[in-house]
Design a protein around this ligand. Structure first.
Ligand code: ADP
Length: 397
């Protein structure tokens, strides 16, 4: 039997997929269908026999997956001739119910449906992806892998908000955390790089992509994380504010007459780097900062200062830290962000080597100075491989 897993990440108007060898992590093919059900649909498929770009209208997720299957047939590898071990689905919110990857059946679909109020933008799209893929691959086991699952080990005092007790008891309002597949993948990889068992190492993992989150990992388990009930809390992100004073909501409503939906939209889509600088692409922020743009400089400083505060907080949470780890687009590629975030932390035993730091962008590796008590590492995350690996584990269990 093969180790090939088709990994599916269904968004509200997009479908991202990857055919992954769960043993080696190799992606045999990847693809993305965008603007499903909107004007200007586009399709991209990279396979062993070439690359395909399509711009035919695609009305539904079912059509998107059928188009992807056609692209597999032409540009490889043909799924008809492939012995798929599983289909692994990324599901954003597993609530308090799912702490492990889970085989998809009708009961799971119903339970993920019940969690929609906690993730109204993400879970319906993830479910649509599951339903469509089950119809098109009825003979292959499907596994749901939850973004929240890795953080189900948080202790109650870390996941409970200091609000009326009934909020959590009756409505599930608590910290769940996200990016769990990335934090889990990176934690295991770093333990390997340090030559130690995951159960022996304490890490502060910084996932800095379009969304950003920090996690305190004690002995391989997440004990605190910066995202909360939703992926809005915590670090400064591309378009999300991260932490703000919750009273700002009331202030905006009273003083500016904004609706709750408008406040929600602005904090999720018009804030963060985009709100501060006008750009959510970090490369553009860096370019403008280098050219002396004052707003880009402020955006950069707010972004890095917030990271430094979380490092301090999670250092205190963990007591001892073996490594600080940077991953995802910004974390892997921006030496400037790594240097600025760790500035002045030498008394905590964290110091980076400027040469190693600038060389590590892209390739990754150890960037701490030889006398740094805490290792600083740059690693490439691979959420698709982690989903494939977890899916295969469930299927083979
Ligand atoms: P996602 O969270 O969507 O998976 P990524 O992990 O790809 O996103 O991260 C996207 C972010 O990484 C963008 O802000 C992008 O500008 C930034 N990024 C990518 N390459 C670089 C680079 N060379 N230097 C700085 N930032 C980069």
């Amino acid at each position: 039997m093969s180790d090939l897993v088709l990994v599916i990440n269904a968004g509200s108007s997009s479908l991202k997929y990857s055919l992954v060898d769960a043993a080696s992590g190799d992606a045999m093919a990847t693809g993305l269908v965008e603007r499903i059900g909107e004007s200007g649909s586009s399709q991209l498929h990279h396979g062993p026999n070439g690359e395909f770009h399509g711009d035919e209208p695609i009305a539904t997720h079912e059509e998107a997956l059928r188009t992807a299957i056609d692209a597999f047939a032409t540009y490889g590898p043909s799924l008809g001739g492939t012995d798929l071990a599983a289909v692994g689905h990324r599901v954003v919110h597993g609530g308090a119910r799912f702490s492990t990857p889970t085989l998809v059946d009708d009961a799971l679909v119903a339970e993920v449906g019940e969690l929609i109020p906690l993730a109204p933008l993400h879970n319906p799209a993830n479910l649509e992806g599951i339903e469509v893929a089950r119809r098109l691959f009825p003979d292959v086991p499907h596994v749901a892998v939850f973004d929240t699952a890795f953080h189900q080990t948080l202790p109650p005092y870390a996941y409970t908000y200091a609000a009326p007790f009934e909020w959590s008891r009756d409505h599930g309002i608590r910290r769940y955390g996200f990016h769990g597949t990335s934090h889990s993948f990176v934690s295991r990889l770093v333990a390997q790089m340090l030559g130690r068992h995951p159960g022996e190492v304490n890490l502060i993992v910084l996932h800095l992509g379009n969304g950003c989150s920090a996690t305190a990992v004690r002995g391989g388990r997440s004990v605190d994380t910066s995202m909360g009930l939703t992926p809005l809390e915590g670090l400064v992100m591309g378009t999300r504010s991260g932490d703000i004073d919750p009273a700002i909501h009331g202030h905006l409503a009273r003083e500016l007459g904004w609706s709750i939906d408008e406040i929600d939209r602005v904090l999720n889509s018009e804030s963060g780097l985009k709100g501060l600088t006008g750009d959510n692409d970090f490369r553009e922020v860096l370019r403008r900062r280098d050219a002396g743009d004052v707003r880009a400089q402020l955006g950069f400083e707010v972004y890095c200062y917030r990271i430094r505060k979380y490092i301090g907080a999670y250092y205190a949470v963990l007591g001892t830290v073996d490594a600080v780890v940077f991953t995802a687009g910004v974390g892997q590629h921006s030496a400037e962000v790594r240097a600025a975030s760790l500035q002045g932390l030498e008394s905590l035993g964290i110091s980076i080597d400027a040469g190693r730091n600038s060389e590590a962008s892209g390739t990754g590796g150890v960037v701490s100075a030889d006398d740094s008590r805490v290792a600083v590492l740059v690693v490439a995350t691979n959420e698709e491989w982690e989903i494939a690996r977890q899916a295969l584990q469930i299927v083979r269990a």
